[in-house]
Write a protein that binds this ligand. Structure first.
Ligand code: SF4
Length: 430
């Protein structure tokens, strides 16, 4: 291990220690999951030069490079900055990348909100050094219940006359103690959003103990006290438009995906750098020059006015990036393959799922997490699998199986299953 690095500083710059031999993981912070073809090519080149050639696409729309070495970080950061990419605040106690659903509707408006929030909070010293991570998302409506697992989620409701409105949900989170968010305020005009988001983060910053999430603060002080504290923080704050007419015009010109996306399935979010480079080349030559990472960990190629969709699909098929077969919808975290907290080999388990699941079960959405932290959001999939114990000489690894059958989080169906028991239960699903 190289002891000359200050890992706390590295964390806020998007770096985690991956293992005891000094490998590092760098997580990019992509607002709304969007990346240009030029940026994607640069990321593929950096991975080939300095990291593992397999990139990990996360279910919050970001890209992780694994297997980096500390001595190469300066060159990697220079390479990212040269194409306008950042990893600032992607790890540690900071406002994380603002997630959203690129493949939902209203993306042109939502992307602008995400972009403004990203620019406001990224690298802003008033909002760094938080007790722990702060996850922010802008959701297009309520499908998939993703608003329930964020520290703060804005649910975009669209325009009503001159006004654009959002609902605000706070204090959700997964992990060892999953907690569904609660509705803080409904039908809020977007001019009120920034002061409310800042207010929630300030209350969190001032009152939560080190190492605790907002949900823990809420469990301690209760909703009523939280609202009183928030009222004090936001009293007298002015309205501030999050977007401007200039943004609107500029945004309309650059907003990708306005006519939809071509989705390239990426099994378990594991994308070879040469496939990213190839998709970027095609997006640049035949598409409109933009890609995005979806919440299902797939790669999206943007379609906007003037793009010949059938030519784009033909080019992607010719490159082997798009096939007619329906892929299993399964979000997967790196697990013990790359994460120091991983208890089980998540990608190996995905391969086994592909073998044992019958047609009914394959039509459901899945999430596999290598530990109780639940980074692949197993509670939001139709079925979730969580590794709960690492195998040792004397004990097998064990798993919990979750099932979601309502509006809230998935609930435990079976606990402490061995791998053989888990696979038998999965085969029974039909
Ligand atoms: S769920 Fe656990 S194993 Fe998976 S990435 Fe998160 S911390 Fe690592």
């Amino acid at each position: 291990m190289n002891h000359s690095f200050d890992y706390r500083t590295l964390k806020v710059n998007g770096i985690y220690q991956q293992n005891a031999t000094g490998d590092l993981m760098l997580r990019l912070k992509l607002p709304a999951g969007v990346i240009s073809a030029v940026q994607a090519t640069a990321v593929a080149e950096l991975a080939e030069k300095f990291a593992d050639e397999a990139l990990h696409l996360t279910c919050r729309g970001n890209i992780e490079l694994h297997g980096l070495r500390g001595e190469n970080l300066a060159q990697v950061y220079r390479g990212l900055q040269a194409v306008g990419l950042t990893s600032r605040g992607a790890c540690g106690g900071a406002v994380r990348a603002v997630a959203c659903n690129a493949d939902g509707g209203n993306f042109d408006r939502i992307q602008l909100l995400v972009e403004r929030l990203h620019r406001h909070f990224t690298g802003n010293p008033y909002f760094e050094g938080l007790p722990k991570k702060f996850k922010l998302a802008v959701e297009n409506g309520y499908s998939g219940a993703r608003h329930l697992c964020q520290d703060l989620a804005l649910v975009y409701l669209g325009r009503e006359g001159e006004r654009e409105l959002c609902d605000l949900w706070v204090a959700g989170g997964l992990g060892r103690q999953p907690q569904e968010a609660f509705l803080l305020a409904n039908r809020v005009p977007i001019e009120r959003i920034l002061s409310l988001v800042e207010g929630v983060i300030r209350v969190y910053q001032q009152h939560a103990p080190e190492g605790k999430r907002l949900k823990h603060l809420l469990a301690e002080i209760g909703e009523q006290e939280f609202r009183i504290l928030l009222g004090k923080e936001t009293a007298g704050t002015s309205l501030l438009s999050l977007t401007s007419p200039l943004d609107d015009q500029f945004g309309a010109a650059i907003a990708p995906g306005t006519d939809g996306w071509v989705e390239l399935p990426v099994a378990g979010g594991q994308l070879a750098s040469n496939n990213l480079r190839c998709a970027a080349d095609i997006a640049g030559e035949t598409g409109d020059g933009f890609l995005a990472i979806s919440r299902a960990q797939n790669l999206l190629v943007s379609l906007s006015a003037g793009v010949d969709e059938s030519a784009l699909r033909t080019a992607l098929q010719g490159a082997g990036l798009l096939s007619g077969e329906a892929a299993l919808q399964c979000r997967v975290c790196p697990g013990s393959h790359e994460c120091p907290k991983g208890l089980v080999a998540t990608r190996d388990l995905l391969c086994q799922l592909n073998e044992v699941l019958g047609p009914q079960a394959r039509a459901q959405s899945w999430g596999i997490s290598g530990c109780l932290n639940g980074c692949s959001q197993p509670q939001l999939a139709d079925y979730g699998i969580v590794g709960t114990r690492k195998s040792t000489k004397s004990q097998e690894s064990s798993y919990d199986l979750l099932h979601r059958d309502g509006e809230g989080f998935g609930q435990s169906l079976h606990q402490g299953l061995s791998e053989a028991e888990l696979l038998a239960r999965l085969a029974e699903l039909g």
